[in-house]
Design a binder for this molecule. Structure first.
Ligand SMILES: [Ca+2]
Length: 409
């Protein structure tokens, strides 16, 4: 069942420059052009995507109190409340993280080397944010190389670079080895980290608060790390810093130059892919269940409808029913819907939306159709159901995307 595993974006990245003698002149010429481009484009260093006004560009931005952003463009300054902001983009998003990397149970990711395991948890030294202590119960996995993880494991599992795996209980991780209580007659083992591909921890009692009562910010960093918490302040520029109080309590200071993007999760716009459904029903047409994916197509690729690639959304397969608890006073549900480009012209589904059991949408869609944009009134609705129904042609190619599926307050 190839889609039962979570595809991880983690892959090693090598930075650095290589020079060869003959290229020096060309590089010099490029550098001059580059400087000219910098001179003209310095005024547009970042973009801010807002709920109603779309994208705004600026030269610098500051959020001294974590609540209201001031965007400077030319000699003009615009104030934008942070709960009206969807995303602040400062550089190209990073798809590939550096190893080692720790994946938390809320999808957060921290790249850095392991220092030690203490009473408080795993100490990670990040080049960008310094030392961070992560309680073990919130850690899903520690990766030392590219890996595709199964969605969950019953017992702690160590997968070695040679393909072998050991199940049992993780005792301790240090900078060079891990201490593991194996279930087999091998008993307690010391495994050098150099031979480990990843450690996948069994689900414990560590539940992240998904909807805290403050504005939740996520900082995506230039090394591939993604950290969520309360943004206390942020200023761009060479001396700039993002101060983020992590959901797990610790406050970190991140140099502004290491921040690729800041997104706000629970402002006036909330993506359904950032919410946890209260019920999931997935029924196969024959015998293979395709599990829905968050911010990816159902096959694990980017969400693509027509020529557009979407950062947010739900990748589903017929039949899929996702139920969300809306008791937070949302007014509008909006989404682009269609069959993902990954199946070409195949696929035929019915996109259905129910609000408290009442049908708000029932749209047939086939692979050849252009994507549709829907906007539905959900004022007063407490229970929202998104259904990807079989439609025609069995379930062949039914890779149905709810792209940018979002709720507006
Ligand atoms: Ca179908």
């Amino acid at each position: 069942m190839r889609n039962s595993s979570v595809r991880n974006p983690v892959r090693s990245s090598r930075r650095g420059c290589r020079y060869r003698g003959g290229e020096h002149l060309a590089l010099l010429a490029l550098a001059v052009v580059g400087m000219e481009l910098l001179g003209s484009s310095a005024a547009v260093a970042l973009t801010v995507e807002t709920v109603d006004k779309g994208e705004m560009s600026g030269r610098s931005l500051s959020i001294p109190d974590g609540k209201v952003a001031t965007l400077a463009a030319g000699d003009k300054a615009t104030k934008i409340p942070c709960d009206e902001i969807v995303a602040i983009s400062l550089s190209e998003p990073v798809e590939k993280a550096a190893f080692p990397a720790v994946i938390l149970r809320n999808g957060n990711l921290l790249c850095g080397t392991i220092s030690a395991t203490t009473q408080q948890g795993l100490e990670i030294d990040s080049k960008l944010v310094g030392r961070v202590v992560l309680p073990l119960k919130y850690i899903r996995a520690v990766l030392f190389g590219e890996a595709e993880l199964p969605s969950r494991v019953e017992k702690d599992t160590v997968v070695l670079r040679n393909g072998d795996s050991i199940t049992g209980a993780l005792r301790e991780l240090s900078a060079t080895k891990l201490d593991f209580e194996s279930e087999t007659e091998l008993g307690r083992l010391e495994v050098p980290l150099a031979s480990v591909k990843y450690v996948h921890l069994a689900e414990g009692q560590g539940q992240f608060p998904m909807e805290p009562d403050f504005l939740l910010a996520q900082a995506n960093l230039t090394d591939g790390s993604a950290l969520t918490g309360r943004l206390l302040s942020f200023t761009t520029g060479p001396e700039g810093t993002a101060t983020l109080e992590l959901l797990l309590g610790q406050t970190v200071k991140i140099p502004a130059g290491s921040v690729a993007r800041i997104t706000f999760k629970n402002g006036r716009l909330v993506y359904l892919s950032d919410m946890r459904p209260v019920a999931v029903e997935e029924i196969p047409f024959f015998d293979v269940v395709w599990h829905y994916k968050v911010d990816r197509s159902v096959d694990g690729g980017p969400l693509r409808l027509g020529k557009k690639v979407y950062r947010k959304g739900l990748g589903t397969h017929s039949y899929c029913r996702l139920v969300y608890d809306l008791r937070k006073g949302f007014k509008t549900f909006a989404s682009d819907i269609g069959i993902d480009e990954e199946v070409g012209l195949l696929g035929h589904v019915a996109f259905r939306v129910l609000g408290d059991g009442r049908e708000l949408l029932n749209v047939q869609s086939r692979g050849a159709d252009p994507p549709k944009t829907v906007s539905l009134d959900v004022a007063g609705v407490e229970r929202l159901e998104l259904i990807t129904d079989f439609g025609e042609d069995l379930d062949i190619g039914d890779h149905a995307d709810w792209a940018d599926a979002r709720l507006l307050r």
